[in-house]
Design a protein around this ligand. Structure first.
Ligand code: ATP
Length: 456
């Protein structure tokens, strides 16, 4: 008997006009299957903080590894960095964060609700006022978004430090050291992935706006005459990356900043936006930051961060093209883009995550058709584990087991059945088409490697 989920292998491929999944279905799947849930759940949760469970951490690590592969490893002109989260406090004075990194905040005098002044529509009715549901807002005041901490035993202003609000500032502090130690010449870049912290007034939309999150940032240092060229280069590279994640054109767009939106030092900026169930939102920013950061750090540290061109002897401060993507926002976009509830004719309805195969938390599930077949199935799983992220499951109805794998995005299931012993073949079942084929058990690893590395 060959493995049979009672389904025809004819599920329709994803249609471009598929409806956008509901957010609550995705949030519930994430908690139920161990992707993401609220931090400190047993204490009632803590607003704006999230934990990535067994499947979530695999997805996030795979995404970070792909970014690192494309941005750092495949290029001669980009170096990696892992700097400390807490930098010298002067860093944040120089960068302008101490003075300017704030959002306008208002309080309701009646119910004490506190919201961003540009998000009053989200506040809902006031529960505390009599005769009206309108809030009684205070005038807006600026609220600094940096989270602070104390260093050492002294608890005074001199010991105050900040958890970084973005990962890029240390890249500027370390630019000279990296350039010299890695023997790089302009143009070159420094990339870093790491945690950033912002005391957001209203964390919301699941992980979209959190207080602790991860960024993957690249600061690319160029000659002033080449800034437009490199801005266009990195914008194109980054869009190609998002397409590689499976984001279809109708859910991905570039929004150039209007001149009045640009930071005073910036020449150009574009947001890469994704269409979430809650609307179009930024997942990445590509910025021409000019020489602002290096100049400010030169000024505040007293260390000259300009460079001399070895050939022309020209002395100048490099311009910076930045790409800054939120790892958590991109994970969320991946989940939203991959999620589908299917009701194909003649097949049982299923929920499926059509994640790109190389990002899936489990790449191959090994499923013996019956417990009696555990021994050869475990042997097969052990061999495959050396190459892939493997999950082994021998309990329950095979159709249900397939569906549990579909729901977490496992691209391939390999089933050992009663005929396997005789013909030395197993059944490989694909997530998207649900097509099944018999393959020699010693050829499975090569087959899967080709499918997974060839993009699934
Ligand atoms: P927003 O306008 O949504 O607050 P931003 O323009 O302040 O974002 P940047 O400072 O450009 O964001 O940060 C770069 C990237 O870091 C963003 O594109 C986003 O993906 C991510 N990011 C920023 N703030 C948060 C947050 N509070 N939670 C999760 N990710 C974030």
């Amino acid at each position: 008997m060959a493995a049979d989920a009672g389904q025809t292998p004819t599920a329709a491929p994803p249609s471009p006009s598929e409806p956008i999944a509901k957010m609550d279905a995705i949030v519930s799947l994430c908690a139920r299957r161990g992707f993401i849930w609220q931090s400190s759940e047993i204490y009632g949760g803590i607003n704006g903080f999230w934990d990535y469970g067994p499947l979530g951490v695999e997805l996030k690590n795979n995404l970070k590894a792909l970014w690192w592969q494309r941005v750092v490893r495949e290029r001669d002109d980009v170096e990696g960095l892992d700097s400390s989260i807490i930098a010298h406090p002067r860093t944040w004075a120089a960068s302008g964060h101490v003075e300017h990194f704030s959002d306008p905040l208002v309080d309701c005098r009646a119910c004490k609700k506190r919201v961003r002044a540009d998000q009053l529509d989200d506040a809902g009715p006031c529960p505390a006022r009599k005769g009206t549901s309108e809030h009684d807002w205070t005038p807006a005041r600026n609220f600094n978004l940096m989270l602070s901490t104390q260093i050492g035993a002294q608890q005074d202003a001199a010991s105050q430090a900040f958890l970084r609000a973005e990962t890029c500032q240390s890249i500027f502090l370390d630019m000279k050291r990296v350039r010299e130690s890695a023997r790089q010449k302009i143009p070159f870049g420094i990339a870093q992935i790491g945690k950033a912290f912002r005391n957001e007034i209203n964390p919301r939309n699941f992980t979209f706006r959190s207080r602790e999150f991860e960024q993957a940032e690249l600061e690319f240092f160029v000659h002033p005459s080449e800034r437009e060229k490199w801005f266009e280069h990195w914008l194109a590279q980054r869009l190609a990356f998002h397409r590689e994640l499976g984001f279809r054109d109708e859910r991905l767009r570039v929004r150039p900043h209007r001149p009045e939106e640009l930071a005073h030092y910036a020449r150009a900026a574009s947001d890469v936006e994704f269409l979430f169930p809650f609307g179009w939102q930024e997942i990445e920013g590509i910025h021409d930051r000019g020489d602002w950061d290096l100049r400010r750090h030169s000024e505040y540290s007293g260390k000259d961060l300009s460079i001399t061109d070895e050939e022309t002897r020209e002395r100048y401060t490099p311009m910076v093209i930045e790409t800054s993507v939120g790892v958590d926002r991109t994970c969320l976009a991946l989940l939203c883009s991959a999620y589908a509830e299917e009701k194909a004719a003649e097949a049982e309805p299923r929920t499926v995550l059509r994640l790109p195969a190389r990002l899936a938390p489990v790449q191959v599930a090994v499923l013996p058709l019956a417990k009696k077949l555990a021994e050869p199935a475990l042997r097969l799983a052990a061999g495959l584990r050396r190459h892939f992220a493997v999950f082994y499951d021998e309990a329950g109805n095979i159709g249900r087991r397939y569906r549990r794998q579909d729901e977490i995005g496992t691209p391939f299931c390999v089933t050992v059945d009663f005929e396997s012993e005789g013909d030395a073949k197993v059944t490989v079942r694909e997530r998207d088409s649900m097509a099944q084929q018999r393959i020699a058990d010693d050829a499975v690893a090569a087959y899967l490697r080709e499918r997974l590395e060839g993009g699934g």
